[in-house]
Design a protein around this ligand. Structure first.
Ligand code: COA
Length: 595
């Protein structure tokens, strides 16, 4: 099928946003995936991304690095405004088709807004795009500052000038008397609750202005304190040790910081979870990003930050001069909150801490091989990893479950993602055969099969040739489903369109969508996503159901980085057990294929 639209610079998508020319189907999807969801953003919706940690010797290093990042953001913004962002094209499968660029134009200066029944998005308008005044909000120890990076009367700040502003924040925030109101914590609350709190905040005009400054900021920059060692990986002692460390902190610990901030005692109040891009820099050198997902998929965010990061790495000494102190200090945002909101801070602290205590997260680097080996087996790395995820699940539970994998649909105007479903009959047949004889974790054949049959399965050993044949069938099926999805022939998005259209036309849900099978198919106990990075970075997120797993993966030539998540409150799941099962699965898949 031909792509419906490559959007040139993609700006038309931005300018017509919300005026009706964007397909209705996009809003069906946006509301279903994000705007209608009422649970808190951290863990449940906002992914966190960890970059290789920096080595800061002094506070000047922190300020300088922050300034370079912000300077990179400003340069990118200039490129967007001048329409010079290159149009991307598909690299494989009907190669060279143009890709919709609209997501890239929504990353900077945008924000999600809570609503009591439904959230909305603040997106920069045409007027704002041409506006010369540009600012960011910097948060340090829960204190917020507006740092103007470009003004019509004084032009764009140099990196040294930005560094001086950051230094001011770093020295001012710890010295202020009293405890600041942790307003940012409210953004970590369930959406309807936060919407009501926001209404209360807005009763004061000065708070209204603060909210506007945050929402219109290009990005939010969070200057953090390190988390304690109790956020390090737990369990699975056989795992490859963490590659990056910051003091005692491992990569799991760093991922916690990016996803939720570590709780009210650490940095969860040092956030604005509604903001599309929150850059996070910790004094111990850990750094990364937390991003609000409704505006864009991870790929656009990763590409932007990696571009800036690589430029810093390639030109480490650029604009490394002494900070300039001739500028007026940045304005601190003062909040005016009465007793009811003070009480809400206490409640919000408790609820965010409870959610964080429940997050079972594990960053797992599988280092025995990566996509080079997989390619040498003539298999698509993405397909191979998806089958490894299926096998790992089967090994633990003896059955497969509805699995979500995001497939980019950017070949279509405003395309975001459809769902590649990996739990196929072929994958099940192969996983069963791979596990036969294992016993321990896998129950014998299901109750439905007769005893004699299950005994047969238990005692017969499949030949490697047979297992390879089953694997080839599973690969063929998975490849077909993947390609169909990225070319616009997926199942989930069209079904969603039919469901919503049927409600609009008839006033009620068609019975197909009330069927139990449909409900089961929508409960993604395994929610996965490839987030490929060209630097040694990774992105992770929480499960999408209380009994489920989240699992992102970053396939690199010689290793695969997984971020596995589950909830401690579910007795049946464990991130480290799943990681261990992944290791076993990937090992036996190599043994099966390497000769
Ligand atoms: N034999 C050998 N090599 C193969 C192969 C085969 N049978 N099939 C594919 N390859 C190669 C490809 O040519 C490609 O090579 P490259 O590294 O030189 O580019 C590489 O293996 C990777 O291809 P593959 O694993 O098939 O997948 P992909 O990179 O095309 O990605 C999706 C597949 C579905 C992940 C991708 O299309 C997509 O939709 N990504 C977006 C996901 C997303 O939105 N994530 C963020 C959510 S927040």
């Amino acid at each position: 099928m031909a792509a419906l639209a490559g959007t040139g610079t993609g700006t038309e998508g931005l300018f017509f946003w919300g005026t009706g020319t964007t397909g209705l189907a996009y809003y069906y999807w946006l509301n279903e995936m994000y705007m209608d969801i009422r649970i808190p953003l951290p863990i449940n919706s906002n992914p966190g991304m960890v970059f290789p940690p920096r080595r800061f010797k002094t506070v000047h290093d922190v300020a300088h690095f922050a300034a370079r990042l912000l300077d990179g953001i400003m340069s990118h913004k200039e490129m967007l405004d001048s329409g010079e962002l290159p149009l991307e094209r598909a690299a494989s499968r009907e190669k060279n088709q143009p890709l919709c660029m609209a997501q890239y134009y929504r990353l900077l200066g945008s924000c999600r807004r809570p609503g009591v029944d439904q959230d909305s998005q603040y997106l920069p308008s045409r007027e704002r795009l041409n506006d010369e005044d540009r600012h960011v909000v910097v948060i340090c120890r829960n204190q917020m500052y507006c740092v103007v990076l470009q003004a019509s009367d004084r032009g764009k700040l140099s990196a040294s000038e930005i560094a001086s502003q950051i230094l001011y924040v770093l020295s001012d925030a710890p010295c202020l008397p009293g405890k600041p109101a942790p307003v940012g914590l409210l953004t970590a609350e369930p959406r309807s609750r936060w919407a009501r709190d926001r209404e209360m905040l807005q009763l004061d005009e000065r708070n209204q202005r603060n909210l506007e400054l945050i929402e219109t900021a290009q990005v939010v920059l969070c200057l953090d304190e390190p988390l304690a060692g109790n956020f390090n990986a737990r369990g699975f002692t056989g795992a490859t040790p963490t590659v990056h460390r910051a003091g005692d902190r491992d990569e799991t610990n760093m991922a916690h910081e990016m996803i939720h901030g570590g709780g009210s005692e650490y940095n969860s109040g040092n956030r604005w979870f509604d903001k599309t891009m929150q850059l996070i820099i910790c004094t111990d050198g850990t750094w990364g990003l937390c991003y609000e997902h409704s505006c864009s998929e991870g790929i656009a965010v990763v590409q932007l930050l990696e571009k800036i990061y690589k430029n810093i790495e390639e030109h480490p000494d650029e604009d490394n001069g002494l900070p300039q102190h001739h500028l007026p200090p940045p304005e601190r945002l003062e909040w005016h909150v009465g007793q009811p909101l003070q009480l809400r801070f206490t409640q919000a602290s408790q609820s965010v801490d409870k959610c964080i205590d429940d997050l079972d997260f594990y960053v797992y680097r599988y280092q025995s091989y990566g996509k080079s080996f997989i390619k040498s087996c003539q298999v698509s790395p993405d397909v191979y990893i998806q089958l490894a995820l299926q096998l790992a699940y089967y090994k633990l539970y003896g059955h497969l479950v509805a699995t979500y994998e995001s497939a980019s649909t950017r070949r279509f105007l405003h395309g975001r993602v459809d769902c590649i479903r990996a739990a196929s009959t072929e994958a099940l047949e192969w996983a069963k055969a791979m596990c036969q004889g294992e016993g321990a974790n896998v129950p014998l054949e299901s109750d439905r099969e007769d005893e004699e049959e299950s005994r047969k399965v238990k005692f017969s050993i499949y030949s490697k040739d047979h297992l390879r044949e089953l694997f080839r069938c599973a690969v063929a099926r998975q490849t077909e489903v993947m390609v169909k999805n990225i070319l616009g022939n997926g199942i989930d998005i069209p079904l969603l369109g039919l469901r919503e259209a049927s409600v609009e036309v008839t006033g009620e849900m068609h019975e197909l969508f009330k069927d139990e099978a449909y409900n089961i198919s929508q409960c993604f106990l395994l929610s996965t996503s490839q987030v490929a990075c060209s630097t040694d970075s990774f992105m992770g997120y929480g499960p999408v159901t209380p009994r489920g797993y989240g699992c992102s993966y970053n396939p690199q030539p010689e290793q695969i980085v997984f971020c596995v998540s589950a909830f401690y409150s579910c007795e049946d799941t464990s991130a480290s057990r799943y990681a261990k099962s992944l290791q076993d699965s990937l090992d036996i898949m190599r043994d099966l294929l390497q000769n």
